[in-house]
Design a protein around this ligand. Structure first.
Ligand code: FES
Length: 337
C-alpha cells in the first residue's frame, strides 16, 4: 500500500475505489459492489478536473466522497459502518498539503489537523529554516561605507586646546564647588559657623574705649597772644586755652567746653568776645563767668602747668570751680607777664 503522504490525487482516488471494491469482502454488501462499479467510475471521472496543486481540501474530500457516493447509496447502513472502520478507507483518505491547508474552505477536521501540526505563521528563524531544509539567506548585510579620514587640526586650534581644556577643568571644578545645591548649602552652613565662632571670640575680649589722654601738652606760653582764645583743642580734648586777665592778673588757663546748664558745648564768638551755648542761650565771658541764660555757674577749669620742657601741660583729671573759690588755686592757671 503506498504512503499516504506521497500519494497524488489519482492515487488517492484509486485507493478509494479499490477500498470500495475490496472493503466489503465479508458480508452481503460485498455482492452489491460489482453492481455499483459502473456508476462509480462514471461519477468519479470528473473529480480531478482541477490540477492537483490547486485543489483544496474540500475538493479532494468531495472527490473522494464522489468515488464512494454510489456504493454508500446502494449499500446498507451496516455496510457503511463497516466500511468506515476498514483500514483501507483510512489509508485512502488523502492528507492535504500545506498549500491546500492554507487555501480554500476548511472543515473541522482539517483545522484540528493544522492545530496538531502547530504550523507557525509568519517569518521563521534560521534554526527553524535549517530544520525545515530551507535555504538560508547569504550576504544580506549593509555594505561597508568608506569613511574619509579626519582633517588635520590647524596650528592655532592645536595651541588653544590646552587652555580650553584648562578652562573646561576649572569650569567643571567651579560647577562642582559652587554650582550644585549641595555645595551652596554646605558653603552657607560653613560660613554661618565661621561667623558664630568669630562673634564668640569677639565676645571673649572686653571692649576697649579709645579716649584721649587726660594729660596733654598745648605748646609754649609765648605761643598765645594776650587776650587770645585758642579753639583748636576743643574738638579733640574738649578744652579752650585762654590767655586773659582774671582777678587783676594775666593768666593762661584751660576752660572745659561744657555748658554748666545741661552739658551742651558752647561756641566761642570772636566778634562778641563771649562763649555762647546753642542749646538755651547761656553766655559766658572770656574768663568763663556766666552772664546770661540759664547757666547757673561759671565754666570749669582744668589743671594746667609748665612741663619740664617749658610747654604748657593740661591735666583733665583735675577740675576747678569758680563758685568754690578754686580758681585762686595755683594749679588752675599759669601766670604770664
Ligand atoms: Fe547750655 Fe542750656 S545747656 S544753656
Amino acid at each position: 500500500m503506498p504512503d499516504k503522504d506521497g500519494m497524488s490525487i489519482e492515487e488517492i482516488l484509486a485507493a478509494a475505489r479499490a477500498e470500495k471494491g475490496v472493503g466489503g469482502d465479508s458480508d452481503a454488501p460485498q455482492d452489491d459492489a460489482p453492481q455499483d462499479d459502473a456508476p462509480q467510475d462514471a461519477e468519479a471521472a470528473p473529480a480531478p478536473a482541477k490540477p492537483p496543486g490547486e485543489m483544496s481540501v474540500a475538493d479532494i474530500m468531495a472527490a473522494a466522497r464522489g468515488g464512494k457516493a454510489a456504493p454508500k447509496a446502494a449499500a446498507a447502513p451496516k455496510k457503511s459502518a463497516k466500511a468506515s472502520k476498514s483500514p483501507a478507507k483510512a489509508e485512502a483518505k488523502p492528507k492535504p498539503s500545506a498549500a491546500q491547508e492554507t487555501s480554500g474552505p476548511r472543515d473541522t477536521s482539517s483545522v484540528l489537523a493544522m492545530a496538531r501540526k502547530q504550523v507557525k505563521p509568519g517569518p521563521i528563524s534560521k534554526a527553524e529554516a535549517a530544520a525545515q531544509g530551507k535555504p538560508l539567506p547569504t550576504g544580506g548585510g549593509k555594505p561597508k561605507l568608506d569613511v574619509p579620514p579626519m582633517p588635520k587640526r590647524p596650528d592655532f586650534a592645536a595651541k588653544a586646546a590646552p587652555a580650553e581644556a584648562r578652562r573646561g577643568f576649572l569650569g567643571s571644578l567651579a560647577a562642582v564647588c559652587f554650582g550644585s545645591a549641595l555645595a551652596i548649602g554646605f558653603s552657607t552652613f560653613s560660613l554661618t559657623n565661621l561667623l558664630w565662632v568669630l562673634g564668640l571670640a569677639r565676645f571673649m575680649f572686653p571692649n576697649i574705649l579709645t579716649e584721649p589722654p587726660t594729660r596733654f601738652k598745648v605748646g609754649f606760653p609765648d605761643g598765645f597772644s594776650p587776650g587770645q582764645v585758642e579753639t583748636k583743642f576743643k574738638a579733640q580734648f574738649g578744652v579752650w586755652i585762654v590767655r586773659a586777665e582774671y582777678d587783676g592778673q594775666t593768666q593762661i588757663y584751660a576752660l572745659q567746653s561744657v555748658c554748666t546748664h545741661l552739658g551742651c558745648t558752647p561756641n566761642w564768638l570772636e566778634a562778641e568776645q563771649k562763649f555762647k551755648c546753642p542749646c538755651h542761650g547761656s553766655g559766658f565771658y572770656k574768663d568763663g563767668v556766666n552772664f546770661e541764660g540759664p547757666a547757673p555757674r561759671p565754666l570749669e577749669r582744668f589743671a594746667i602747668k609748665l612741663a619740664d620742657d617749658g610747654q604748657l601741660e593740661v591735666d583733665k583729671s583735675q577740675k576747678f570751680q569758680e563758685e568754690l573759690g578754686q580758681w585762686r588755686d595755683a594749679a588752675s592757671f599759669v601766670p604770664v607777664a
